[in-house]
Design a protein around this ligand. Structure first.
Ligand code: AR6
Ligand code: MG
Length: 312
């Protein structure tokens, strides 16, 4: 394998397994109040003892998107809906809007029409962002094709401009982490510049400001970031937060601890943050004990390999 192929494989498996690990380890603390970083590390240890850790809709949808992208690299929304239905299991903790949307599809509403059947302007939940890592890797080398594919993937379920823009920001983060092998404030600046909505743009800019003004300890920084950037299930109050954690954490360990310490939508913020950190640092940076504790790790690792092969 060339150096390029090796790097791509590490980033692809890092991004996909990062999604899985963040989802599985963050899941037990969904809705929890904010806590300190040392307590978050203790939580990780306690959670690992409860293995196997089930994944939720975050991973299920990322797998559905990855399998779709392997067949339709530029994303075909109606066929992507078929892939979602094939993977769908109702007990995975889907968002309320997503559950109703999937019901619409099952009752025969064409997927392209159903996106505004639940929320008239479309959903601005973080669901289109949390699953987007496979696209970020697949099109890491082609920003324009990435943007087009992400928009098509998002509009199926998250037609609201903010839901779509959150997906774009997260996809660009994974793409930059993949192509540059690093993720820091320079990459955040690129993402803030590329935002197409004021909400997501302001969130990513605020995340950058918080990182540049950093003073004091990590726990204080986490508390401030949670308040300023948000920890809710809506895209503009969770994607910038996850990108902040991916930089503030400094490592895979640190990123997961920051994401859990933030509280709120911990599984999804952790899934997004660790996906970015995993793409930058590579799959080997994910502790093997964490990966082995997660349901479906072998399947996700293999899907990551296939995405890397397609992207190479
Ligand atoms: N108007 C009002 N509320 C909205 C709107 C809107 N246009 N859009 C979203 N919401 P959903 P997701 C609120 O259902 O994005 C799981 O726990 C509304 O409360 O489209 O896939 C995952 O782990 C809606 O139910 O699903 C993620 O944390 C919620 O945002 C999360 O759910 C989520 O939007 C992903 O959810
Ligand atoms: Mg969640």
């Amino acid at each position: 394998m060339t150096h390029h192929d090796t790097r791509l494989l590490a980033a692809a498996q890092g991004a996909l397994l990062g999604t899985l690990v963040g989802d599985c380890l963050g899941g037990p603390f969904e809705g929890a109040p904010a806590t300190t970083v040392p307590k978050a590390h203790q939580r990780i240890e306690r959670t690992l003892a409860q293995r196997p850790l089930p994944y939720s809709d975050d991973t299920q949808l990322a797998v559905a998107l990855a399998l779709h992208v392997l067949e339709n690299p530029d994303v075909e929304p109606a066929r992507f809906a078929e892939h979602i239905l094939r993977e769908f299991e109702p007990h995975r903790g889907y968002g309320a809007g997503m559950r109703r949307l999937i019901e619409e599809w099952r009752q025969g509403t064409p997927p392209t029409e159903a996106a505004t059947a639940v929320f008239p302007e479309g959903s601005f939940g973080n669901g289109a962002a949390m699953r987007v890592a496979p696209l970020g890797v697949r099109w890491a080398g082609a920003p324009e094709r990435l943007e087009e594919a992400v928009v098509r993937s998002a509009e199926l379920t998250h037609a609201h401009p903010v839901g779509r823009d959150g997906a774009l920001a997260q996809a660009r983060a994974v793409a930059l982490a993949t192509s540059r092998g690093r993720f820091g404030v320079d990459e955040l600046a690129v993402i803030a510049d590329g935002a197409t909505t004021a909400e997501v743009g302001a969130g990513v800019s605020d995340a950058t400001t918080l990182l540049l003004d950093w003073s004091g300890d990590q726990t204080a920084a986490v508390a401030t970031a949670g308040r300023r950037l948000g920890t809710e299930v809506v895209a503009h109050r969770s994607v910038p937060t996850a990108l902040w954690a991916a930089v503030a954490g400094g490592s895979v360990d640190g990123t997961l601890a920051c994401a859990l310490a933030l509280g709120g939508d911990t599984d999804t913020i952790a899934a997004m943050a660790v996906a970015v950190r995993g793409a930058a640092d590579g799959a080997d940076a994910l502790p093997e004990e964490w990966v082995a504790a997660c349901e479906g790790a072998d399947r996700v690792r293999e899907i990551g390999r296939r995405i890397a092969e397609a992207a190479g």
